[in-house]
Design a binder for this molecule. Structure first.
Ligand code: ADP
Length: 623
């Protein structure tokens, strides 16, 4: 038998280990890919937010540029020149104030105001208010100095009186060549913060010094993104741009994670915050506009994708595991089938070998049996002969008597005949001669029987006249019958009876049966043997020999026809008679059986086929 394939658990264990490794590698690769996925999501978010940045930048730039040219336009107004020529003109001042107020309302400006060459405000749109600019000097503000010196000025600052963050544009009021003063407009910008507050992200505007000027996160107002350069604080203080006490430095770190992806990490009191930053520039104001988007959602999305990838890996692993399991099972079944087939083939081969051996043995036994049968047949024939010789021995005493008696009679008849012939009594002598002939015939008959009996049976089976055979047997046994003082009765139908058999062997059978019957009644003073010949319905003939002895015990009945079974003393019986008789009758195609008579004694029955039809064909057999 071939070596069996490895058991299923080994197959499976190896496959499962490989699969687990594969899944782990897939998960590992997914984890390794996480930064890339995060970057990709951040880049996408950054792309999206660049639109927000554009809108914020453009709206701010628009607001500023709308107001940029206004001071120069206003400076053209003659009444402003007139007023500056005569600042104390009480007729003109209220008119100018009112005009400025109306203009500011119309143009949606926070304030419009006019300063003289020293920076003192002489007229303002907010003239009515308590905290009006009128009478206040703004000579320290860069928009004033710039306008005086360079022809225009711009500035952003926290309003000193309003406390609101504003953008200032200023232009000089010139009469011919003399600069009489400056007109300034202020716009408020905190409205933008309201708009920005609605979005998910934080928008802030930093000035060239990195100070956060606008932002929807109020707590960051006037904070700086990173440390400020030397002298900056002094300049801020000089121009009173922002309140110094509110300026704080935010702890900020920049990181460019991809070409278009910049991260901004800010340490706040609540902890670190991380943003994607998109930065735009408003060059005219020197401002930077920052759109800060929290990285949380993008990173969460990236992690979701990662989780999905891992789940997919696991699912693929599961499907693969199922597939492998199926395949392993199929392979195992195939292997088992192979083993089963091989076992079957082996078994068939073994069986065939067994059968061949058994066949050989059988053939050998058949040969042996045949040889034994031959041997048996030979032995049997020898035994038949031996049986016959034994019977002959038994009969010899009687035979000598049988011969002596007629011989003595012949002698007496012959002497008698001689005497009668001498005396011329021819007739009487002839009668004596007749008697002598009879005696000679009788002796010839006896002699013939003996010859036949002693001869090995070479006779053919054919029609045999039953009654003459029976009579011959009785005459052969006559001596013994007489010695036992036995009485023989014969019950037979009229007419000739022919049966199938051999004459001599049939005689032998009947001699045996009669001898056994006499033996069975040995101790009886007047033994009686009943012989019955009858035709059967089957068309066969039956010859029954009945005695009045002890009968047959069960034990005897069981072994009756076995060779050498005898209950007689060693000198008397060989135990061959019935066994030989049985075989003889069987050779004739008949049967020999024994039973007990209900009234005592044994009955031996010989059944033979009727042979009348064949008498004509084979006369010789009947001789
Ligand atoms: P043998 O006569 O030499 O013993 P047989 O084969 O003729 O051999 O008989 C076998 C035995 O069968 C006898 O020994 C006897 O016991 C029994 N047997 C035969 N015939 C009779 C009978 N008529 N009655 C009782 N027993 C018988």
């Amino acid at each position: 038998m071939k070596a069996p394939s490895p058991p299923r658990s080994d197959h499976m264990r190896r496959a499962m280990r490989n699969l687990l490794l594969l899944v782990l590698v897939a998960i590992g690769l997914s984890l390794a890919a996480l930064p890339r996925i995060e970057r990709s999501f951040l880049a996408k978010t950054s792309d999206r937010e660049s639109a927000t940045l554009r809108i914020a930048t453009e709206s701010l730039r628009g607001a500023l540029s709308r107001s940029e040219a206004l001071p120069a336009l206003l400076a053209e107004r003659p009444i402003l020149t007139d007023l500056l020529h005569d600042p104390t003109n009480v007729g003109l001042l209220p008119f100018v104030n009112e005009q400025l107020r109306q203009t500011a309302l119309t143009l949606d400006l926070a304030d419009i105001y006019v300063m003289d060459a020293k920076g003192l405000t002489i007229a303002a749109s907010n003239y009515r208010r308590e905290d009006s600019f009128v009478g206040r000097s703004f000579a320290f503000r860069p928009y004033f100095t710039d306008a005086m010196r360079e022809g225009r000025g711009r500035f952003h600052a926290l309003g000193l009186t309003s406390g609101q963050r504003g953008y200032y544009f200023a232009a000089p009021i010139i009469d011919e060549t003399e600069i009489l003063g400056v007109v300034a407009v202020k716009i408020l910008l905190h409205g933008f913060e309201e708009t920005w507050r609605n979005g998910d992200n934080t928008i802030l505007v930093t000035d060239p010094n990195n100070v956060i000027f606008l932002s929807d996160r109020e707590d960051w107002h006037f904070n700086t993104l990173g440390p400020v350069a030397d002298g900056v604080l002094a300049a801020i203080d000089a121009t009173r741009q922002y309140p110094l006490e509110r300026i704080r430095t935010l702890d900020v770190a920049h990181e460019a994670v991809a070409p278009s992806v910049d991260l901004l990490r800010i340490q706040t009191r609540e902890g670190p915050e991380e943003y994607l930053s998109n930065v735009g520039l408003i060059a005219a104001a020197g401002w930077r506009v920052w759109v800060l988007t929290p990285t949380g959602p993008a990173i969460a999305q990236a992690r979701q994708v990662l989780a999905l990838l891992i789940l997919l890996s696991l699912f693929a692993g599961l499907v693969a595991a199922l597939f492998l399991q199926r395949r392993a099972r199929a392979l195992e079944q195939q292997a088992q089938q192979r083993i089963y087939q091989e076992t079957l083939i082996d078994r068939v081969a073994e069986r065939t070998a067994d059968l061949n051996a058994a066949n050989r043995q059988l053939l050998q036994e058949v040969d042996e049996r045949r040889a034994t049968e031959d041997q048996l047949r030979r032995t049997q024939s020898e035994l038949v002969q031996a049986g016959k010789l034994a019977a002959l021995g038994q009969m010899s005493a009687g035979l000598s008597h049988e011969f002596n008696q007629p011989l003595a009679a012949v002698k007496a008849y012959a002497e008698n005949a001689l005497t009668l012939m001498e005396r011329g009594r021819q007739e009487e002598a002839r009668s004596n001669m007749g008697l002598i002939l009879q005696m000679a015939d009788r002796m010839a008959a006896i002699s013939r029987h003996l010859r036949n009996f002693a001869r090995r049976p070479q006779e053919k089976i054919g029609p045999v006249p039953l009654i003459p055979v029976l009579e011959d047997v009785l005459s052969l046994m006559d001596n013994r019958i007489k010695a036992a003082e036995a009485r023989i009765t014969i019950d037979r139908p009229e007419g000739d009876i022919f049966v199938m058999g051999g004459q001599v062997r049939l005689q032998q059978v009947l001699v045996n049966l009669l001898a056994n019957a006499l033996d069975a009644m040995e101790t009886q003073p007047a033994p009686e043997i009943g012989i019955r010949v009858a035709g059967l319905d089957s068309g066969r003939w039956i010859v029954e020999v009945r005695d009045h002895g002890e009968g047959l015990t069960d034990d005897t009945m069981a072994q009756l026809f076995d060779p050498f079974f005898t209950t007689k003393s060693p000198g008397k019986g060989l135990g061959l008679g019935l066994s030989i008789s049985y075989n003889i009758v069987r050779d004739f195609g008949g049967t020999l059986s024994a039973r007990n008579h209900p009234e005592g004694g044994a009955i031996f029955a010989v059944e033979l086929d009727d042979a009348r039809d064949r008498v004509a064909e084979d006369e010789v057999a009947a001789q």
